[in-house]
Design a protein around this ligand. Sequence first.
Ligand code: UT7
Length: 336
Amino acid sequence: MPTNNTYGIHIKGIGSYVPELIADNEMFSKIVDTSDEWITQRTGIKTRHITNGEPNYFLGAEAAKKAVADAGIKAEDIDLIIVSTCTPDFYTPSEAALIQREIGAIGSMAIDINCACTGFDYGLDMAKRYLQSEDGVDTVLLVATEELSKFVDYTDRSSCILFGDGAAAFVLERNKDTLWSSYLGADGSGAKFLVSRALKSENVFRTNKEDFDMAMPQTKDHFFAQDGKEVYKFATRALPDAVLHACEKAGMTPDELDCIVPHQANVRIIETAAKNLGVSMDKMVVYIDRYGNTSSASIPIAFCDAVAEGRIKRGDKVCFVGFGGGLTFAAVIFEY
Ligand code: UT7
């Protein structure tokens, strides 16, 4: 395991926030042909939190305020805000700019990233690279905030039952590096498997009325569509593979990890990954029953719950591992 003294990430504060409104499986059985039994058995989900009019950036700002308070810093100390989201409120401004406004960190750099469900892992890796440089970045606020309910098709029973809304944030300071390894990647040949489309190109000068072949499925407006089986196959392969690669880079084996916090998409995917890795489910941090799939917020929300419940403690060796739209995959290993 690395014992270097170079500068990098130290996690100084954490916080999460989910909207108050809760939709349980019974509520879904009233709008589509489904049941608590099917959803529980096939996904592990019982409830999800869903916005009741509050925007995506609001969730992120609430989580950020908690992380800033937990870190014991002032918002003005933040040099860089990175926000992971695939469900922004605007094309512009960024969610990072709006969250900056809400928490009063005026003047910091602010940038959004979108790699769907792996965004928090990518964000940690990015933050490390900034914190390592001798460029005056000492404090990074990393936020994942997602309002998936706004692109869920609530007539599609195979996908609408999966998603929830929520946010989580870390304050990261430049200190002795505790991010031991990251293994990040993407496979764009699977871009068509998880889709929510943006505005179509309809400018006034356009003469070509034919749709450009983007090699993507036809979907209903901006609504989310997925090939559940393909994503399932990818996920059960990508999760253990990413953990093993990150472990190899850190010079350790999966059983040396205190816990693995996987993207919370389906408990069966997590069970298969655990089996393929040869680790027990006790090592896997799973709160999918409470929140469903909150995309890039799912890993840090689960982490915050596990810390609050005393399941993860300072000094623990933790692996965050995700997969998602893109298709993307990512694992990071750090000491909390
Ligand atoms: O962040 C990444 C996001 N996406 C994922 O991670 C998705 C990964 N995929 C999955 O989690 C699973 O493929 C699903 C949960 C989406 C579907 O589970 P499944 O066990 O693969 O079900 P299936 O698609 O094979 O469908 C089995 C049956 C079908 O009925 P028939 O054709 O056998 O009569 C479906 O129509 O289950 C039916 N079904 C449902 N029944 C009750 C599908 N959704 C529902 C539902 N309630 N909500």
